[in-house]
Write a protein that binds this ligand. Structure first.
Ligand code: SF4
Ligand code: FES
Length: 240
């Protein structure tokens, strides 16, 4: 089955005074939003700017707003949108580099602040290869480890939109994983960062926008809520 759609693409800088350009595109049934962007770039406007790398939903590079929802362009079938008009915009809360390509620097600035790297208590120990079977790390993290740093949750978060200093959902989720890891030595340092009143977990209003936006189905809001509970009742959830 062939699809005929109107692709509306945000342009930055605006071209001929227009913030959006419209392209009529013919697509095969199983083509993605990224395929549509490539088709326009190859056949109608080679100046169109967008980002991608793996094209199989693994690298997180191609996240854009599709009909006002953050999605991975490579993993979103145009057919699944059930619309003849598909509007592509850059993710909000990021500086635009060109058209729908953004810089993820604000996201990674917060990511770095949350100290995402594992810091072993004892690098020489055999403990590094073992995590106790009944640790909270094992029980809670299988559904939370899959972050591909696409930045969609950061774009969807209304608190990020109001507060440049807020850590944001993905950085908090990453810190949560490290805090639960019984082999890690920087737990107290991370807890202090998360507990800061102006930019830590207390800024979250539990709106679930991050969870709804995550293409890896990570329940990011749940991580934030668990940290809040643990800060209110110290030791209850943060102990391995
Ligand atoms: S938590 Fe989900 S939405 Fe946020 S950066 Fe990671 S994969 Fe993307
Ligand atoms: S291009 Fe890698 S996730 Fe889409």
């Amino acid at each position: 089955m062939e699809l005929n759609i109107t692709l509306r693409v945000s342009r930055h800088p605006a071209r001929n005074g227009k913030a959006f350009d419209e392209f009529q595109v013919k697509l095969e049934e199983k083509m993605s939003v990224l395929d549509a962007l490539f088709r326009v770039q190859r056949e109608q406007d080679s100046s169109l700017g967008f980002r991608c790398s793996c094209r199989v939903g693994m690298c997180g590079t191609c996240a854009v707003y599709v009909n006002r929802i953050p999605r991975l362009a490579c993993s979103t079938l145009v057919k699944s949108l059930e619309s003849d008009v598909v509007t592509i915009e850059p993710l909000p809360h990021y500086p635009i580099v060109k058209d729908v390509a953004v810089s993820l620097e604000p996201f990674f600035e917060q990511w770095r602040r949350a100290k995402p790297a594992f810091r072993p208590r004892n690098p020489d120990s055999a403990e590094l290869a073992r995590i106790p079977k009944d640790s909270k790390y094992r029980l809670l993290t299988p559904t939370k480890r899959d972050c591909i740093t696409c930045g969609a949750c950061f774009a969807a978060c209304s608190i990020v939109g109001m507060n440049d200093h807020y850590l944001g959902p993905a950085a908090i989720n990453k810190a949560f994983l490290r805090i639960l890891d019984p082999r890690d030595a920087a737990r107290e340092e991370r807890v202090k960062i998360l507990d800061r009143s102006l930019d830590g977990v207390w800024r979250c209003h539990t709106q679930f926008n991050c969870t709804a936006a995550c293409p890896r189905n990570i329940d990011v809001t749940d991580s934030i809520v668990r940290i809040k509970r643990a800060l209110l009742w110290p030791g209850r959830l943060l102990k391995p």
